[in-house]
Ligand binder design. Sequence first.
Ligand code: ATP
Length: 428
Amino acid sequence: ESVEVQIEDQEFQLEPDNELRFEVENKNETVVLELKTGLAEIFGTELVKGKSYTFYFGAKIAVFTWQGCSLKLRGKKGISYISKETPMMFYLNCHASLEQLRVKSEKEKIRGPVTMVVGPTDVGKSTLCRILLNYSARMNALGRRPIYVDLDPGQGQISVPGTIGAVMVERPAEVEESFSQAAPLVYHYGHTNMSINSTLYNTLISRMAEVIHQRMDENPRINCSGLIINTCGWVKGKGYQHLTHIALAFEVDVILVLDQERLYNELVRDMPIFVKVVLLPKSGGVVERSNKFRLEGREARIREYFYGSPRNVLHPHTCEVRFSDIKVYRIGAPPIPNTLMPLDMQKTDLETKLEPVTPGPNMMHHVLALSFSTVVEEDVVRTSVAGFVCVTNVDTSRQMLTLLSPQPKPLPETIYLMSDVQFMDNNA
Ligand code: ATP
């Protein structure tokens, strides 16, 4: 007789306005969710009745219902519980207010609401952005096309860590996935922490705002749908100055502050009177993430860029290039003492200076961004990037680099920008 460990299905009955929260806590384990009756959504995406949704390690999920529903969970999960206290009503009201502004902008042919979500770490900023974007995308009769702008280089939601990016949202995200990523606009910053090169970060923010405003001017549908901007959890001191710079550059109309009264009051004090600043509660379900978990999240994000996800497996390629055949630069020169600084140069010039990097062991494991600029005479620093490769081997005797690339095509002759971000490719 074989002994099989049966993991029993667990059923949950949810009253209206309740949510079921669960996590997948262990590697190699999955949890399968099914909606049996009623209506339910995950972070704004509606579930299809009878369909199985699979979640993998690290997933922290809330299944919310406005109308009541019954759910089935299968698989070994960590904690799971039903909560009756959620801030969803506040979030839905935010959506309704933004929708009013969109209707107004359509009528008056003016720019739609530019919304920025701010707050300390682990308050559910990304989740709120996702909910608001999904709600606007679900009203498909209205043809909304908001742009999601992610300015947190730490997570690299749109692309990889070390970048900031934007993507147009045409339809709700798939339950288990992020928003579909046709032609994202991505800028290479090269670090996961904004404090490493504030000048460069602000330069990229200004440039990105310029490019996005231009796209809005050209496309009335995008224009009236507006932007949802996700920011990073660093809200004190210099971090706060970054937030005000973002608000100014993107000309925000609405700031949603999650969970922090102090930040809310600072913004009310410092923002022009026409900017609407709203304080919102965070959800009790948002899970705090340790530094280790964040680090793993970063690594998983880069792995996904090259290898895809369990639902969408990708097959990256490796190729070799001669040291002499690749032009690699980094942005930001090492600081020089004031006394040696040329008179016509400022510290900030150094921080956005394009510096050639000589190929060698120093490149091992580094991510390289492929610039849309092909020659240094162009404005490389403020140009967006097309994609990424990763250095998986450096052979100094043969003067060769091995690169991991998502594409089988020969690598384009362009400018490569070296990131501080590294990725150990265990599959290689
Ligand atoms: P960061 O500090 O990186 O800026 P954040 O404020 O953007 O974080 P989120 O990424 O939105 O926070 O949320 C943190 C985690 O909590 C995510 O894994 C998310 O899936 C989970 N989460 C959010 N809301 C809920 C909820 N109501 N129930 C359970 N888990 C949730």
